[in-house]
Design a protein around this ligand. Structure first.
Ligand code: KIV
Ligand code: ZN
Length: 527
């Protein structure tokens, strides 16, 4: 093993350090509407690197060409975190994961198989003995490719404890370095989970040499509580996602877990993560921008209302002494205060500084585009808030793989005559134009776009909200569009809400196109 490798090896970190294993790009991506294309995964991966996560699970290479390419690209681009690819125990899965990780500086193969009798009987149709053989073979095969191998016992919390001891013992002997105990269906409770971790740590032969990891789903709203309880019982890796996105009710929310540990240092006595907490808010916003999935306003830590004191008695207290009602500050998660930041006379330097403060580091060409958008907005709108700048940047996350882009748009509407929209769409580099009529202006725009893109998709939801207060606020539109059972969310922001609507629709159609191009093979169920 090289020095670089051993540096990155999770089990060589101090026992007081909790490794943050981020699975936003894999389990997170499995939540409805949260799928990401290759560029989006790389963009988010770079932000996760800034955030300081220890391990990034970039995807499931055998699941599709798209997943393979994304894992490969993330592995190539990121040098700091360990980059991990998921694999079932089948030999083809592991080989594919190893291929995707070839260029990674710190590669990890994460292999898993279900261990509960429920899954063995109804899903795998395998005996317990057969599963033990699979574990042994898969971990050995993975170790043939990389030094860092994680093994997960899917549905561990509904598995027989003593059988789990055998399973993990075999995984460890075969060379696994991290043993993950997933609460796949979000079924366990904090006390029960802590007891399970303690039981396994005590009984699995050689467990001192492994890092115990936890992976919780939020079906009963207990994912963060369960993960924290497991840490208290000795788990030293937590698998989580930004904004808590993930299969069904989601995974452990990274920001909630990290801030709970930071805020209650007294309870977690010296145990900490390596997360740069001032990158939490930018990461949350970037994910929302990429997926179009906004966080609920009352979401802990990153929700819009997380720091809003509404009751007079609270406001009075906070003004007198913040400690009365404030246990953490917006600044600690990198959320800048909502003050007037820039105006139409601000130059490139001030704009770049503000972007950096908000956590955005843009390439030259991206910066120029963002600056131009900022100038246009500053011409149209007197006061520019941080939220406006975040929306501008979020709006620019577009991909080189996009088939469509919105060109010119002109709308006629009002009480006289039928609303109409003249729309220009660039399709595969070729500009097309049409004029369409609609029940309202948005309907007319969407009809025009549908005609030019020849989409067969169906619009399910249209939502609009103002990014800041005031009549000149930037409008942010999100649309949910579906086709052949695939549902995606597109978003767009603009000072003109009709333009934002067009952008959001085109964004969604590009996502659908990307899915069509992605040659999917049957992905395993139940993860
Ligand atoms: O929920 C689960 O069990 C998983 C495994 C693949 C770790 O996502
Ligand atoms: Zn999961």
């Amino acid at each position: 093993m090289s020095d670089e490798m051993s540096d990155g090896m999770s089990n060589e970190k101090s026992d007081e350090r909790i490794r943050i294993f981020d699975t936003t790009l894999r389990d997170g991506e499995q939540s409805p509407g949260c799928s990401m294309n290759l560029n989006e995964k790389v963009t988010l991966g770079k932000q996760l690197e800034k955030l300081g996560v220890d391990i990034i699970e970039a995807g499931f290479p055998i699941a599709s060409e798209g997943d393979f390419g994304a894992v490969q690209a993330v592995a190539r681009e990121l040098r700091e975190p360990i980059v991990c690819g998921l694999a079932r125990t089948g030999s083809a899965d592991i080989e594919r994961a190893a291929q995707a990780l070839e260029e990674a500086k710190k590669p990890r193969i994460h292999t898993f198989i279900a261990t509960s009798d429920i899954h063995l009987e109804h899903k795998l149709r395998m005996s317990r003995e057969r599963v033990l053989e699979e574990v042994d073979r898969a971990v050995r095969q993975a170790r043939g490719y990389v030094d860092d191998v994680e093994f997960s016992a899917e549905d561990a919390t509904r598995s027989d404890r003593d059988y789990l001891v055998d399973v993990f013992g075999i995984a460890l002997e075969a060379g696994a370095t991290t043993l993950n105990v997933p609460d796949t269906v979000g079924y366990t409770t904090p006390q029960e989970y802590a007891e399970l971790i303690a039981y396994l740590k005590e009984r699995v032969p050689g467990s001192d040499g492994a890092v115990f990891s936890v992976h919780c789903h939020n079906d009963l709203g207990l994912a963060v509580a369960n993960s924290l309880a497991a840490i208290a019982a000795g788990a030293r890796q937590v698998e989580c996602t930004v904004n808590g996105i993930g299969e069904r009710a989601g995974n452990t929310s990274m920001e909630e877990l990290v801030m709970a540990m930071k805020t209650r240092r007294d309870v977690f006595a010296g145990i900490d993560t390596g997360i740069a907490t001032n990158e939490i808010y930018p990461s949350s916003r970037l994910l929302s921008a990429i997926t179009g999935v906004m966080v609920q306003p009352n979401k802990a830590i990153v929700g819009d209302n997380a720091f809003a004191h509404e009751a007079g008695i609270h406001q009075d207290g906070v003004l007198k002494a913040p400690i009365t009602y404030e246990i953490l500050t917006p600044a600690s998660i990198g959320k800048a205060s909502n003050e007037l930041v820039l105006g139409k006379h601000s130059g490139r330097h001030a704009f770049r500084e503000r972007l950096l403060e908000l956590g955005f580091e843009l390439e030259v060409e991206e910066f120029e585009r963002a600056f131009q958008r900022f100038k246009d907005l500053a011409d149209a709108k007197k006061t520019i808030f941080n939220e406006d700048i975040e929306a501008i940047v979020a709006d620019m996350v577009e991909s080189a793989e996009d088939r469509f882009s919105l060109g010119e748009l002109s709308i006629t509407c009002g009480t006289f005559g039928k609303p109409s929209a003249t729309v220009e769409i660039v399709v595969d580099g070729e500009a097309r134009k049409t004029t369409a009529l609609g029940v309202g202006p948005v309907d007319a725009i969407f009809k025009g776009i549908s005609e030019l893109t020849e989409t067969k998709s169906h619009l399910e939801k249209y939502q609009v909200h103002a990014v800041t207060s005031g009549l000149d606020a930037l409008g942010e539109v999100s649309v949910t569009v579906s086709e052949e059972g695939r549902r995606v969310i597109g978003r767009g922001a603009h000072e003109d809400v009709l333009v934002a609507s067009g952008k959001a629709y085109v964004h969604a159609l590009n996502k659908l196109e990307w899915h069509k191009r992605r040659r999917e093979v049957e992905a395993p169920k139940g993860i």
